[in-house]
Design a protein around this ligand. Structure first.
Ligand code: SF4
Length: 384
């Protein structure tokens, strides 16, 4: 029974001599938007969300939003399984782009030393170490604008992709912008997923990056999708954006022809020397709200806690897992920033009842939710 339909007398309770009515509870129930109620009954992802619907979901009282997100999560995923990924920088620094948050842009004095691309053997050794420690997905990042004129690099990266895939791991790369032919070559080498973040909303994006456009980023995502590679694309929170920009990011993602299989949620790690080097960490409730909204709006997507996780307490991370996050980056480093390590993550998983997701377990967007396993749970979430 919904709070809306409860008889008024049931909304009043007596505690000794103090009579307490519960207008706030009723008021909160009335603030659960129809879009959220409908989302909790969904059995398949939808790509026709309006921005207003997503905004309403994002603004739902956090307690109700996370509860609904948890219910949606259970419909589409095993809520105890969390994917462990390791991200290695295979070519550090010296990038021509001007992303305001990035230590690797050659435009800022961050003290980072640029390097050449790592040899294939070295990368495969790192992937073996990651696998031995429990990671099932290995991601490789190169700091450059695009792949134009990088034939030798592409050849070596394809060898890395094939080698990692041969270990039975999922393999992802993030190499800047790529065209159709490059995407196809990577697909043929065995690539599972390609990461290319949109970072923020279309409106706020020009405040952060000027050297490539939002549409250029979307074009790379389309090339990746057309090649049959899974899409990994997310954002960075704490760039100075507003709530409506976090909503705008999810809105763009949710309106793609198919939702990205992976949505990384990064919290800005301010790097001294970059334009955003002095920014304060975004408040946790905004991170949680973004995770929960992404889970509701893109129910089959893997929601990935990425950069900045090391700044969250264990309890904050668990709150995110309970609200729908189901992947982490783990290992010694995440590109140039510190990362929670394997031992720490294993201990956290054991303590809270999580376990590592198997390779390829979460890769394919499920067309239908596992409704029978949790029948009624999601609806109950918004009617309790
Ligand atoms: S985020 Fe990527 S493209 Fe932007 S400056 Fe850093 S390495 Fe270059």
């Amino acid at each position: 029974m919904s709070l809306r339909t409860l008889p008024g007398v049931l909304l009043r309770r007596n505690y000794g001599t103090v009579q307490s009515t519960s207008p706030s509870a009723a008021a909160i129930a009335s603030r659960i938007p129809t879009a959220l109620r409908e989302a909790t009954a969904a059995t398949a992802p939808r790509t026709n969300w309006t921005r207003e619907e997503i905004q309403q979901i994002y603004e739902t009282p956090l307690n109700q939003l996370t509860y609904a997100a948890a219910a949606v999560h259970r419909r589409f995923h095993d809520p105890s399984a969390i994917q462990m990924c390791t991200l290695m920088n295979i070519k550090t620094g010296g990038c021509s782009e001007d992303c305001s948050y990035c230590a690797q842009s050659s435009r800022y004095q961050t003290g980072l030393k640029a390097t050449k691309m790592s040899p294939v053997d070295e990368v495969l050794t790192a992937a073996r170490t990651a696998k031995a420690n429990g990671s099932t997905r290995f991601c490789m990042g190169a700091a450059w604008r695009d792949m134009r004129g990088r034939k030798t690099s592409l050849k070596n990266i394809k060898a890395m992709v094939s080698g990692v895939r041969g270990m039975g791991m999922e393999v992802c790369v993030t190499l800047g912008m790529i065209d159709e032919a490059q995407a196809k070559e990577l697909k043929d080498a065995g690539l599972t997923a390609y990461n290319h973040n949109l970072d923020t909303s279309r409106e706020f994006y020009p405040e952060i990056i000027t050297t490539r456009s939002y549409d250029e980023r979307l074009k790379t995502l389309a090339n990746v999708r057309d090649a049959g590679i899974n899409v990994c694309s997310g954002g960075i929170l704490g760039l100075g954006e507003k709530d409506e920009d976090r909503v705008g990011l999810i809105y763009t993602m949710s309106g793609l022809e198919k939702h990205p299989e992976s949505f990384p949620v990064n919290a800005l790690v301010p790097i001294p020397g970059t334009p955003l080097g002095e920014r304060k960490m975004i408040s946790f409730d905004k991170i949680l709200r973004t995770v929960a909204t992404a889970r509701v709006v893109m129910p089959a997507t893997i929601v990935r806690l990425a950069a900045g996780r090391i700044s969250l307490s264990e309890e904050q991370q668990v709150a995110c897992f309970m609200a729908g996050a189901n992947a982490v980056f783990t290992g010694e480093k995440m590109l140039t920033t510190d990362c929670n390590g394997w031992d720490e993550d294993r201990a956290m998983f054991e303590k809270w009842g999580f376990y590592p997701m198997k390779s390829f377990e979460g890769e394919h967007v499920k067309e239908e939710a596992k409704v029978q396993e949790v029948e009624g749970t999601a609806q109950a979430a918004v009617s309790a």
